[in-house]
Design a protein around this ligand. Structure first.
Ligand code: PGA
Length: 252
């Protein structure tokens, strides 16, 4: 059992309805009872349609809620079908996932991610900034240069880095049941932290989560990498039992 308290952040993607409140309740109850967890570090990023509803229904507000994306324009504007960081903050989001590969695959560039980060930070949302290489990039040994470019093009020196948590999510590991080899993953997490320190001339490393097919079975081997500050969990966070099992097994 490791004593360092980690982030466990769920990404529900395009799943969930009002009935899913029972998942929130169950996780909330679990966190409430479990003294050894850092309550501020358990987050569920749910669809926008549910944030306000969950927030209002939660009597003892322990779990934090987050969104999964936003438009880069702050405030309000003529952007049909979009939601801004301003609107998400107002309905109770505390966190926001930005730069997720599922959005990058639909055309979101590093520059767009940067604009989104700016508006989220202005709204005092905590940003979960996703980076990661595709299988092709991994095979052609471009992994490190891709990660460096994603970091360099989306962040600026003046950003409040305390509000940004990195999530390393190799695209080929998302929803595939494949995770990187432990020693490879350890090197990548170290690389991200070091590169960040060099790029932004700081002695402080960012928090870096791992995401991609995290489940209650592989969490034990992932827990051996002490440099990982937590996990971004997709599929398994859509079930209270699976999400709680991951946390339980991590600290076992
Ligand atoms: P997964 O998704 O855990 O289902 O692989 C992770 C993510 O997309 O954030």
């Amino acid at each position: 059992m490791t004593n360092k308290l980690k982030y466990f952040i769920g990404n529900w993607k395009m799943f969930g309805d009002f009935g899913s409140f029972k998942i929130i309740q169950e996780v909330n109850r679990y966190i409430y009872k479990n003294k050894r967890l850092d309550k501020k570090k358990i987050v569920l990023c749910v669809p926008n349609t549910l944030i306000h509803f969950f927030k209002k229904k939660l009597k003892s507000n322990i779990i934090s809620l987050g969104a999964q994306n936003c438009h880069f324009h702050e405030g309000y504007g003529a952007f049909t079908g979009s939601v801004s960081a301003t609107m998400l903050k107002r309905i109770g989001a505390e966190y926001i996932i930005l730069g997720h590969s599922e959005n990058r695959l639909e055309g979101e560039t590093n520059q767009i991610v940067k604009k989104k980060i700016i508006s989220a930070l202005n709204q005092k949302l905590k940003v979960i900034f996703c980076i990661g290489e595709t299988f092709k990039e991994k095979k052609s040994r471009k992994k490190f240069s891709v990660l460096r470019k994603q970091i360099k093009s989306s962040l600026e020196k003046k950003f409040n880095k305390n509000q940004i948590i990195f999530a390393y999510e190799p695209v080929w590991s998302i929803g595939t049941n494949k995770i990187p080899k432990i020693n490879e993953l350890e090197n990548i997490i170290k690389f991200i932290k070091k590169d960040f320190r060099i790029l932004f001339k700081t002695g402080n490393s960012p928090k870096v989560l791992y995401g991609g097919s995290v489940n209650h079975k592989n969490i034990k081997s992932l827990s051996s990498i002490t440099e990982i500050d937590g996990f971004l969990i997709g599929g398994a966070s859509q079930s209270a039992k699976k999400f709680i099992d991951i946390i339980e097994n991590y600290y076992k």
